[in-house]
Structures are given as structure tokens and as C-alpha cells.
Design a protein around this ligand. Structure first.
Ligand SMILES: [Zn+2]
Length: 291
């Protein structure tokens, strides 16, 4: 099988509940296929997400811009470019495009971002929010308040040995110093029409983010459902800290999104950034959304 080693940004736009949602990109990386698929047999996942020779699979870093009135909200914070050559090689980090480039190509300057909402603080979800300028780390979006689960902020700033590989304190430090960082817990209305739900499972505080109202909603899946191939509730990543919790929240929210007809926003899917999940008997399937 011809394995795609590099990805291409799929620029997509949807209107949901009065919000204009644009799929942006902070490029791609590659992670071990077995780690991304947990107990799912390789013979099965290899056909859905073909691995390269080193067993890594291509994953996107799809951030989303949600615009309504004066609000330009960035959902999720990319992987960024503060990576040395060794780590860039291990994770096959490809900044093609970067979050700055994809925002510029839709005509939005960093200063125009009003809020950033993070699902959790793993380095591949918030690494682009600070940049190095004159040897100092500063916020990339100087006018944006950044909202993240409180427990994720705590893990990021002082991770224990089990969590240390997933977090970098530098990703949030400059935001905290600038007074831009705000923690949320449980279910939190960040803005009218933007709601975060702390679920846990994958990480202590991983959250889904809802955009819109009632049935006219999109759901940003974060690492709760990382790609459109991970939509069966037992397909849980080996990275997840609490597998039983992951199963419970995935089953509940996958069912809910299918029953409500919400548009799913998938952070790590290299081909499909926006799609609805549908029920197909006891299983689930993907209906690619018309925008
Ligand atoms: Zn994660």
C-alpha cells in the first residue's frame, strides 16, 4: 500500500448555529499506530490508517476558527514550532502549513483572535500558543484570553512522571505571566454559544467543546475521538490514562452527537476535519458533512 507520509490542509467552512467555522491547520505529525489504536488489532487498523515503515501513522493538527459578531475564537492550539531537530524527527512534525500561515490565508491576523479554547494541554494541542521573540517566550495571540481545563493547567505546570511526556510547562508559562490564562471546570459556558464539557479519560481533564445551540451545533472532539476512524466506543487509544472512563464518556457523547445530528470537528484526522457521526445499528458510521 502506498503510505501518505505528508498531509495536505483540507480547508473547509461550515455554518453552525450562527457561527462560521473554518478548519485551520498547524500541519501534521506522525505517531505510533499501535499507541493510537490501543487494543484494536493492527490487522484491522492498518487498513484504516496505513502505517509507514516505522509503524507511525499520519495525524493532522486541525485547529478551528469560530467566528460570530466580534468574536474570533480559536479552538485548540496546535503543536507550534518550538521543537529541536531530534524531537521534530521523532514525531515527524511537519509545519505545512503553520497555524499562523493558515490563519493568514483566511485573512485573520494573530491580534484579531479574541479567545482561545483548549480541550486539554498535551503538547500537540497547545504548543503553538507561545512563540519565541528576541529570546523570550511571548503569546502568539496577544489579545486572546485562553481558556483551558483547570486540572490540565495544573498537570501542564507540574506533571508527575506518568504525565510528564505529554506536557511542557513552557507551553502555558508566557500566557499565565501575561494574565491571559483562565481555568474552567465541569461544564462551562465560555461565551454564549460556546460551551466546554470536562470529561476526562484520555487525560485528567480532556474536554469536548460545543459550538452553537440545541441541535444546530458542532462538537470539537479533541482526543476523545481523535479521527473519524475512532468512532466506535471501544476504539480507545493506548495513550488514554483512564480507559474505563474513556469508554464511558466516549459511548455517551458519540451516541449523543449521532442522535442530535451535531457536526463533528476532528483534530487529528488528516483527511476529514468535519463530519457527522451516524448510528448504524449498534455501530457508528461517518456521513461526510455538506457545509
Ligand atoms: Zn492528548
Amino acid at each position: 500500500m502506498d503510505t501518505e507520509l505528508t498531509g495536505t490542509w483540507q480547508k473547509r467552512i461550515a455554518e453552525v448555529g450562527g457561527w462560521k467555522i473554518t478548519a485551520l491547520s498547524d500541519g501534521f505529525l506522525r505517531l505510533d499506530g499501535g499507541a493510537m489504536w490501543g487494543v484494536v488489532p493492527a490487522a484491522f487498523w492498518r487498513s484504516m490508517t496505513p502505517p509507514a515503515e516505522d509503524n507511525t501513522i499520519l495525524l493532522a493538527l486541525n485547529c478551528f476558527l469560530a467566528e460570530k459578531g466580534a468574536h474570533k475564537v480559536l479552538i485548540e492550539g496546535g503543536v507550534g514550532d518550538r521543537w529541536n531537530e531530534k524531537l521534530r524527527g521523532i514525531y515527524h512534525i511537519q509545519g505545512n502549513p503553520t497555524i499562523g500561515q493558515s490563519l493568514a490565508s483566511v485573512g485573520v491576523a494573530p491580534e484579531e483572535i479574541t479567545e482561545v479554547v483548549l480541550s486539554h494541554c498535551h503538547w500537540d494541542h497547545c504548543g503553538a500558543l507561545v512563540i519565541e521573540r528576541d529570546g523570550k517566550l511571548v503569546p502568539r495571540f496577544p489579545n486572546a484570553s485562553v481558556h483551558a481545563p483547570s486540572i490540565e493547567i495544573a498537570c501542564c505546570q507540574d506533571p508527575d512522571p506518568v504525565r510528564a511526556a505529554s506536557y511542557r510547562a513552557d507551553d502555558l508559562g508566557a500566557l499565565d505571566e501575561a494574565g491571559l490564562l483562565h481555568g474552567y471546570t465541569e461544564t462551562k459556558e465560555i461565551l454564549p454559544g460556546i460551551e466546554a464539557h470536562v470529561l476526562g479519560g484520555h487525560s485528567d481533564g480532556v474536554s469536548v467543546i460545543l459550538i452553537g445551540e440545541g441541535k444546530d451545533r458542532a462538537i470539537f472532539w479533541a482526543d476523545v475521538v481523535p479521527t473519524t476512524h475512532h468512532i466506535q466506543p471501544p476504539y480507545i487509544m493506548a495513550y488514554d490514562l483512564d480507559v474505563a472512563r474513556s469508554y464511558e464518556v466516549r459511548k455517551e457523547w458519540i451516541e449523543r452527537s449521532a442522535d442530535e445530528g451535531w457536526l463533528g470537528l476532528f483534530y487529528h484526522d488528516p483527511l476529514v476535519s468535519m463530519a457527522r457521526i451516524e448510528r448504524e445499528g449498534k455501530r457508528f458510521s461517518i456521513a461526510t458533512a455538506g457545509s
